[in-house]
Design a protein around this ligand. Structure first.
Ligand SMILES: [Zn+2]
Length: 113
């Protein structure tokens, strides 16, 4: 991290610049839970699409739609919570994306049946 006022490197964990005493910017906390949830969602979508594509009759059970909508909604909510923006709008958008994902999976399964 570099001091915004005098360009001196500020050591990790320091709360102020050692040269000009300007306050150091707070350390950015990475939203790891968000990354993990996002990775699981991507994995989930990939598995569902692959199953629908490769297995005859590989259409996901109906409750998959609710699951996708729920977890995509949760992801949207926490994304907005950590990165800013309207939480419920983001959750709704996530749920809509989950529904869209389920429709795409069902469409692929239907195409391959
Ligand atoms: Zn400084």
């Amino acid at each position: 991290m570099i001091c915004a006022r005098c360009n001196t490197p500020i050591p990790r964990g320091a709360i102020a610049c050692p040269v000009c005493n300007a306050p150091a910017p707070p350390a950015v906390k990475r939203p790891y839970a968000l990354y993990i949830l996002g990775a699981f969602l991507v994995l989930g979508y990939t598995v569902l699409i692959l199953l629908a594509w490769t297995e005859p009759g590989g259409a996901p059970p109906p409750q998959t739609t609710e699951g996708l909508m729920f977890w995509s909604g949760v992801f949207g909510y926490y994304r907005a919570k950590r990165l800013g923006g309207s939480r419920w709008k983001s959750a709704g958008l996530g749920a809509l994306l989950g529904l869209l994902g389920a429709v795409v999976v069902a469409f692929i399964a239907g195409m391959r049946a």
